[in-house]
Design a protein around this ligand. Structure first.
Ligand code: AKB
Length: 321
């Protein structure tokens, strides 16, 4: 029949999770800093956790399920946004730490979410792609990463989808490109150059880029991403045809971005290529086919390269002045 206990449990948990509190891990990171602020305008309560402070200290790699469960129960949490992770270049330098944080953290969050019927959002990344992925990646393109970070992101997606199928957990994930933002720095990623370049352009009128001038990667401006995540975690499950979607916006190489900055400010860019980060970037796709997200839940980024560049320069010039 169609009303199996699992389907019923899923329907009930989906209904009852609307507008309860949201718990965010990694809330002090590049995405968390701005997402928490935005969600505070939308939910009665947002519990911001991080290893670096926030409302509550939480080291996801310690797998302290008792602490996470206490926060969930005491605050009537309905949804966990699990952002805490070690990014690609840092993960390559310390694979054991990346596995502890990325795999261990996701394991703990999914298990607590199963016990308390929570909705879970875990960001995935363009890093899931690798050998055999076409330049423009679709969700069902081969996802065979060659980095430990990519491996951990594939694992997170697959573990979440397993919990969805096996336990009816409302697991949702987005394959996110490089994120350009002004409030918090990324750390240890391969797309960090696309943020650093703006700080250096404003402070010193020059930047030394660690990727080659022609390495083109998909990017998204933070405002589009934040609105997209907020929409995606609220959309009725019945509108989703899958658990994991690509979200893209525009693609840019260091040479393109340097030129866009130069149209606004005096600016010089040179290249001191990091062998590690270049090797990682070379395995990632140039752009993401995000037509499924546009169709199913209205993903609709509005910032292109020019709008991102002028907004970043305006925000940072005011802040760093
Ligand atoms: C990184 O560069 O590691 C991240 C990502 C693309 O997932 N920004």
């Amino acid at each position: 029949g169609s009303t199996t206990p699992r389907r019923l449990a899923r329907a009930l948990s989906i209904q009852s999770n609307e507008k309860k509190a949201v718990l965010v891990t990694g809330s002090k990171g590049q995405i968390g800093t701005e997402l928490v602020e935005y969600l505070r305008g939308q939910y009665p309560k947002v519990i911001a956790t991080d290893i670096r402070g926030g409302d509550h200290y939480l080291d996801v790699s310690a797998k302290d399920t008792t602490l996470l469960e206490r926060l969930v129960v005491e605050n009537d949490v309905g949804c966990v946004v699990h952002l805490a992770a070690v990014l690609s270049a840092a993960a390559e330098r310390d694979a054991a730490a990346a596995l502890r944080v990325n795999n261990g953290g996701t394991e703990m969050v999914l298990e607590v979410a199963r016990r308390h019927a929570l909705r879970v959002f875990v960001p995935s990344s363009i890093a899931v792609y690798g050998a055999g992925t076409p330049k423009r990646a679709r969700e069902n393109s081969p996802a065979r990463p060659s980095t430990i970070y990519g491996v951990s992101k594939v694992y997170g997606e697959m573990l979440g989808e397993y919990y969805h199928e096996r336990h009816g957990l409302d697991f949702r994930s987005l394959r996110i490109p490089g994120v350009i933002s002004s409030k918090a720095m990324p750390g240890g990623g391969t797309t960090d150059w696309a943020v650093e370049i703006f700080y250096d352009a404003i402070r010193r009128s020059r930047y030394s880029c660690f990727l080659s001038p022609t390495t083109s990667l998909p990017m998204v401006y933070i405002d589009d991403l934040i609105k997209g995540i907020a929409t995606f975690i609220q959309v009725p499950r019945s509108r989703l045809a899958r658990s994991t979607y690509n979200v893209g916006a525009f693609s840019v190489s260091p040479a393109n971005l340097a030129e866009a900055i130069r149209a606004e400010l005096p600016f010089d860019c040179d290249y001191r290529i990091s062998a590690l980060r270049q090797a990682i970037a070379d395995t990632w796709p140039e752009s993401l086919d995000d037509s499924a997200a546009r169709r199913d839940w209205d993903w609709n980024p509005t910032f292109d390269l020019r709008a991102t560049t002028t907004t970043m320069i305006e925000l940072l010039s005011n802040r760093l002045a």
